[in-house]
Write a protein that binds this ligand. Structure first.
Ligand code: SF4
Length: 355
């Protein structure tokens, strides 16, 4: 097995990706950079993460500085990366490290996993990369490589325990951090889902799936369940001077803590007729903007129908929330979905005499 470890590490030394959070050769590993990049990379591609990572380390170069930042500033800087619970956990985690760990990350996966926003994969990834712990984090890319090398035929996710066992047996004692990153790179560039480039792969002589000619078919996956479709109404409440109402979403739900136009509950049935205004911030005659905005979340799809209503300045004063003019919208941490809702609604409204 050692010859394949060496082959992969030598491939990594020559062909591995140059990434701004990655220490190569004699460079010193910065555990803050490793942690920040691993949180940002959860469910997000490397290309998307790079500019966000660079801007975060420039603005908040240490755990301490990130801990002292306001959540609103962090959410605003996170805008566009999606999965905003990560940004809230990032802040909580930075505060915990600054306050309880004297500004330094714990150095092993058993401790790391106790911190906000750090699950089993991220704990192992940070521990391996930043502290050379003898572990191999298994994400989708690494699961694919291992399932092919060992020709594991149990469909995912049921085959995951076998893949985890293979990962434990396969991790080398020397340079486990570089080995984990090498596996990540191999999965991203060579052992790719549909057309693996086996001819360039350092594991080719030992890979069972390659020998059997079934590389592109693995890993097998259980049939996807149909995702539920949910519906909501977005309430575009316009004050007579053109400002619209934004409110902060509840901290614990989806897109929690982000500013947004108010919506009805996200539910499996469409609101219709008299129920349209059921969850509205204000009782008025809500009119459809005759538009439907579709958005996919991890576990369901959402269809949003924007409705608009108008309000005078005197009554607007008694409502909770911020009244925001269109040119001020980019000062707010708006999730992509709500940016789209507002953009489409305002463009429709510009053709309607509202007040
Ligand atoms: S030989 Fe092919 S299938 Fe096997 S690990 Fe390498 S790229 Fe993947």
């Amino acid at each position: 097995m050692k010859e394949y470890h060496d082959a992969l590490l030598s491939w990594y030394d020559n062909e591995g990706r140059i990434l701004p959070w990655r220490a190569r050769g004699e460079q010193t590993i910065n555990s803050y950079h490793v942690w920040l990049s691993e949180i940002m990379l959860q469910q997000t591609t490397v290309a998307t993460v790079i500019p966000y990572f660079l801007s975060f380390i420039q603005r908040w170069p240490t755990f301490q500085q990130l801990a002292e930042a306001s959540l609103d500033d962090i959410l605003h800087a996170w805008q566009g990366l999606g999965y905003y619970a990560r940004a809230r956990n990032l802040h909580l985690c930075a505060k915990k490290i600054a306050n309880d760990y004297t500004g330094k990350l714990p150095t092993n996966s058993d401790e790391l996993i106790k911190l906000p926003g750090i699950g089993p994969y991220t704990a192992k990834a940070i521990a391996a990369i930043a502290f050379n712990e003898h572990v191999l984090p298994v994400d989708g890319n690494i699961a694919r490589i291992l399932s092919r090398m060992y020709a594991i035929s149990i469909p995912l996710p049921n085959g995951m325990p076998e893949i985890q066992n293979a990962a434990s047996a396969f991790t080398p004692v020397t340079r486990p951090g570089d080995f984990a990153q090498a596996m990540m790179d191999l999965g991203a560039t060579i052992c790719v889902p549909r057309t693996p480039s086996c001819e360039k792969c350092p594991f080719q002589p030992t890979c069972k799936a390659h020998a059997l000619g079934i590389a592109a078919e693995l890993p097998l996956k259980n049939k996807k369940r149909v995702r539920p479709q949910k519906y909501t109404v977005a309430y575009i409440l316009k004050r007579e001077d053109g400002a619209i109402l934004l409110r902060k979403r509840p901290e614990n739900g989806l897109l929690g803590g982000m500013m947004a136009v108010p919506t009805s509950e996200w539910q499996l049935e469409k609101l219709e007729g008299k129920n349209i205004g059921r969850d509205a911030p204000f009782i008025t005659h809500w009119k459809s903007l005759k538009s439907h905005i579709n958005h996919s979340f991890t576990h369901f799809d959402l269809e949003v129908e924007p409705y608009y209503g108008s309000i005078c300045a005197k009554k607007a004063k008694i409502l909770d929330g911020d009244w925001v003019f269109p040119h001020q919208l980019n000062h707010y941490a708006l999730p992509k979905l709500f940016k789209k809702i507002i953009e489409i609604s305002l463009s429709k409204l510009s053709t309607i005499d509202v007040v």
